[in-house]
Design a binder for this molecule. Sequence first.
Ligand code: TPP
Ligand code: MG
Length: 379
Amino acid sequence: MLSSRPSTAESALVGTLHMISPDGERQPCAPLDRWVADVTPEQLRAMHRDMVAARRIDREGVALQRQGELGLWAPAEGQEGVQIGTAHALRPDDFVFPSYREHGVLVVRGAKLIDFISMWRAEELSSYNPYDLNTANPQIIIGAQTLHAVGYAMGIQRDALTAPVGARTDQVSVAYFGDGASSQGDVHEAMVFAASFGAPVVFVCSNNQWAISEPVTVQSHTPIADRAAGYGIPSRRVDGNDALACFGAMREALHRARAGGGPSFIEAVTYRMGPHTTSDDPTRYRAKEEVDAWRRRDPIARLEAHLRGMGEFSDAQAAAVESFADRLGAELRATCLAYATKPALEIFDHVYEQPHSGIAREREEYRAYLAGFDDAEAQ
Ligand SMILES: Cc1ncc(C[n+]2csc(CCOP(=O)(O)OP(=O)(O)O)c2C)c(N)n1
Ligand SMILES: [Mg+2]
């Protein structure tokens, strides 16, 4: 009989690479040490600040949804280590394909506050212009972005063939997805194509232990990273709540891709502290003790303890980061509340460039539906 019981934090993390212990102590990590040898306290503080910013944006997103200002939010609390750690290793000209939970990655990619909410408030058909951030819009279709990332990576290879002499052609494409996504056929196809074409792509799988109410122990009876070997893709399995280890593993993978070494796979073992989305009640399928055990492995507290242990983080610096985050939270809220909601029927205007009979029919049906409400005038 196969066990479908969720792992404990300890068992989930067995065999993961880590560089900073939960209490902040730097520990040797032979496979990754050389990839972080030049990291300065300044860079670590920047990672810490971005993690705090991501958490504040995330918490404000949850609160705004609870107050009816956003339609939905997918909380990322607990996953800041993998999101910020890996994203800090990227270049601006790399191209990222995130899932709906990668708010921390968007922080590092330079998203404006409005970019975090316009889609979740259903005001815009897309969150931002992908070419402003070299980041595709958050993908809701589980795993589909891995195909897009591999296609983009194959495009990088082909562009290089016709690029002018001296032009930079070593960009990398990155797909972020979850443990549940790794069971999708799309992800399998993406991995096969990536390996077959030696595409410059990094697969970052944030194994947060759950795919809605399904524990990862059901989805995979071996560590997810081990699947990569079956495609001939090198992999690392890291402690996803250790931002430095995530940064190191990402740098290694990016270096491989830039040097023509093809794809890499990173499984970052982490935990989703909150609900799957604001429509989910996780108390129905997981125990408080499980959540508490992961709380003790918080990625932000870990990096802060590490910085303090090195004498590189003072109370004054902590206060400055907190007030920066407070400002972000307040600005996000103000941005959301200042949104002038567009007429609902406008949603049909930008589907096709030319008139389309199917869209016209749907528009009419929806108009009739809205007309049935008391406040129909407001539509
Ligand atoms: C193709 C597809 N199937 C099902 C869903 C519904 N769905 C949304 S999130 C989710 C679970 C995804 O879990 P995981 O990949 O672990 O990512 P996480 O939500 O934990 O970040 C599912 C099944 C979907 N969005 N797309
Ligand atoms: Mg998951």
